[in-house]
Design a protein around this ligand. Sequence first.
Ligand code: ADP
Ligand code: MG
Length: 253
Amino acid sequence: MGRTIALANQKGGCGKTTTCVNLGASLAEEGYSVLIIDLDPQANATIHLGINIHKLNGSIYDVLIGEETDITSIILNTPIKRLKIAPSHINLSGAEIELVNTIGRERVLKEAIFPIKDAYDYILIDCPPSLGLLTLNGLTTADEVIIPLQTEFFALEGMDKLLKTIQIVKEKLNHNLKITAITPTLFSKNTKLAQEALKKITLHFRDEVTSTIIRRNIRLAEAPSHGLPITVYAPSSHGSLDYKRLALEVIKR
Ligand code: ADP
Ligand code: MG
């Protein structure tokens, strides 16, 4: 059976999308079939995979809002073999409001992906930087969560709220949900601040923290503008090595 994993953290800029795309590409290169679901109206994951968001025939918005749209009809190929994407669109920003009066509004995505759940080894859901209805749909659909956590002074700020939200989803909507990994990101080994943040994260979350730490690497920041994951854009960079390592760790968890 396939695994469905949400990348979640209401903080923007902590590496959700970077992790989703590059972990996805690394898993695909290990031979697994992977689908990325882009749940962020900013469509960063979609753009990162070289998709022209102005020429889409359909997006995850149509799947969530247009009851007729079958998710298989919007899934696109990417530059990576075995890696596919269900693209996002800016009109997804209205979805939270449009869904408010829908019955079972937290379960719309779960129902939509039900027919394809076992067609992939991994489904990775890139959540937006909020704890709104889209993220709730992501957490209700997933079996697992990976939390990218930036190694900065404020690293733990906001984690209470995120963990509480995950707990509530687990109790009310998705009993099987579990936190698979907390992954430190944007780590600069030469700064004392980053080292202290990493120590704090490790002490606080212990076994949940991956032994893989994603280093700050300029190649990771450049890759999106080339429409390529790091495994192709700069295969021998630190960024590529870190995400390959993370993939191997996630496979075992
Ligand atoms: P989120 O999806 O959580 O908002 P992103 O993955 O988009 O965060 O990352 C925010 C910004 O930081 C992006 O410009 C991205 O390219 C950059 N970035 C993310 N991780 C790294 C890293 N390890 N090294 C360098 N830049 C990174
Ligand atoms: Mg993002």
